[in-house]
Design a binder for this molecule. Structure first.
Ligand SMILES: [Fe+2]
Length: 293
């Protein structure tokens, strides 16, 4: 690749990272002071800039991915909800990510919506950083790893090599999502419908009647918190202590408001907590602080 083409690639990749970050944060954090009168202490810091937080697309010092995480006691385990939107289970040295949606931009391009085709690289960058820092013995992709059944035909050789490098030396499990049927035997790792480990059950789509301990993806949860006079919307983990749904990890994936009817019946409203991710921190809000879009 000559230098001008490489420079163009860098510019478009930077554009993709900023676009992905904007999807995570549709209200500019950092430009509002702590809001007087907010009863939830998390509200006071949600708008504050986090020291050392890195602007997407700019180089910066490596950040400890476990710093700023929320610790969740969940069905006899202690989990870390990471600010990157991944789940870390230290006791089992297991990293869990949901809804990577590799090749979403190229899928949209086939239907005429042109976006810079760097979402796969940006998602792999995020994953690389976590794997390098945490050195998991096991990685679980919680479904919808690829955006559509033909994504494997479009994904670049370089991205395939990066996935193979991530898989090397550890267990890699693809929990099959709506779009993952074609994975079997095609890209390394193990493909399963569900995975039970100790008290936890990992599956793609939350079940209507699930036993405690279910960890799922699929719904891409996000939450909006009203911080007068503004509101903040972020991807989030959602849990009532019996079930945990992870935010979508992939770039360009967006999120569905936790108050949407799609979540009806999945959580005990009295115990529901949204753990919002962004800017190197996780901010936890009970349901009463959430508002529709
Ligand atoms: Fe998905």
């Amino acid at each position: 690749m000559n230098s001008s083409v490489a420079a163009a690639h860098r510019i478009w990749q930077d554009h993709t990272m900023r676009f992905a970050a904007a999807l995570d944060r549709d209200d500019p954090a950092g430009d509002a002071a702590a809001v007087p009168g907010d009863r939830n202490p998390a509200a006071a810091v949600l708008h504050a800039k986090v020291p050392g937080a890195k602007t997407p697309g700019t180089p910066g010092p490596a950040r400890d991915p476990a710093a700023g995480a929320a610790v969740l006691a969940f069905c006899g385990t202690e989990l870390r909800l990471l600010a990157d939107g991944a789940l870390w289970w230290p006791e089992a040295a297991t990293l869990v990510v949901a809804d990577l949606h590799f090749e979403k931009a190229s899928s949209l391009a086939r239907r005429g919506s042109l976006l810079p085709p760097y979402d796969t690289a940006v998602t792999l960058d995020r994953l690389d950083r976590l794997v390098a820092a945490l050195r998991p013995a096991r990685v679980i992709s919680l479904g919808d790893a690829f955006h559509d059944p033909f994504a494997l035909e479009r994904i670049a050789g370089e991205a395939r090599q990066r996935i193979a490098a991530l898989q090397a030396g550890r267990d890699w499990v693809w929990v099959a999502g709506n779009h993952d049927r074609a994975l079997r035997g095609a890209i390394g790792g193990t493909v399963v419908e569900e995975l039970a480990i100790g008290p936890l059950l990992f599956r793609h789509e939350p079940a209507a009647e699930a036993e405690p301990g279910e960890i799922a993806g699929h719904l891409h949860p996000a939450a909006r918190v009203l911080l007068r006079p503004k509101s903040v919307r972020r991807r989030c983990f959602a849990t009532d202590g019996r079930r945990l749904i992870l935010p979508a990890f992939g770039a360009l994936t967006g999120g569905l408001n936790l108050l949407d009817r799609a979540y009806r019946g999945l959580f005990d409203p009295a115990g529901l907590v949204a753990h919002l991710v962004g800017d190197g921190r996780v901010y936890s809000f009970p349901r009463r602080h959430l508002t529709p879009d």
